[in-house]
Design a protein around this ligand. Sequence first.
Ligand code: HMG
Ligand code: MG
Length: 297
Amino acid sequence: MSEQVRIVEVGPRDGLQNEKTPVGVEERVAFIEALLAAGLHTVEIGAFVSPKAIPQMVGSDEVLRRFSSRTDGEFHVLVPNEKGYEAARAASAKVIAVFASASEGFSRANINCSVAESIERFKPVVARAKSDGIEVRGYVSCVLGCPYDGEIKPQAVIDVAKILWDLGCYEISLGDTIGVGTPMKARELLRAVAGHVPMASLAMHFHDTYGQALANLYAGMEEGARVIDSAAGGLGGCPYAPGATGNVATEDVVYMLEGMGIATGVDMAKLVEATNEISKLIGRPPLSRVAAALNAR
Ligand code: HMG
Ligand code: MG
């Protein structure tokens, strides 16, 4: 495989949204700067969600204002409804992400509504974004299993992915929210969804709870997927996905891709520096195997 892969760094959002130690605006800005300096280009930097639900993301408006006019990166923020949309637009968002679930149980727990209701909430958000010239990415969570509903059929993922795609999302990110997937299942899922949304517009957002994320990514790449969501240091998790741990670590993804002859443009030493710095702030060592290996040298 010698093609290009696009990495969407989600550490400043997914990575920090579940951390017990709150990370302030200035520290988040410094983390994002360090990620950009390491060569990452597309970074999810915050969420315009209820401060009661996710206090860790308070100040996302301030964070976004620091980056929205920058041209050295692409900055994404999560938006669950019109209220969030208005705040994101006021902070000059250029790319937002709406987030739905393939399962009813997670939808209820995460955003307090059914999957169908969530789609109704997203419709005006996507329509307004389009008329305001803001691009919209769409997430589908629990694509390989749900902490509440158990196994999820590919058809449930297809249904939601297709709705988001038809609404006008430019890319659909498939979230293995609790990291239960295994390679053949990931591969089958990508093949199934790619029958309805172009493979080039599918992203793999795999959490690494069971240590399967890299294998699942590789399986997805064999199927043709070329967009990977990852978080520096393997940070991440969702408070509404009990037991789930972090996203696949960006260092581990970069190491695998570079080893396969796929250039990422990422400076590993600088990325590990960014990871070490944020790990110090949250008070625990990085989960990334590559960071651990390089730090031990
Ligand atoms: P709700 O309680 O049903 O909303 O929450 P509501 O409309 O009834 O409003 C309740 C209160 O929230 C009101 O305030 C609203 O103003 C406020 P009060 O009058 O009580 O003071 N509110 C807001 N405040 C700020 N920004 C907003 C907003 N909307 C309402 N946008 C809601 C529904 C969706 C808001 C809530 O459940 C929520 O914020 N959930 C977010 C959960 C979240 O962020 N989860 C993590 C991200 S998803 C994820 O991690 C998965 C992903 O990584 C992919 C994967 O791994 O699968 C993306
Ligand atoms: Mg996630």
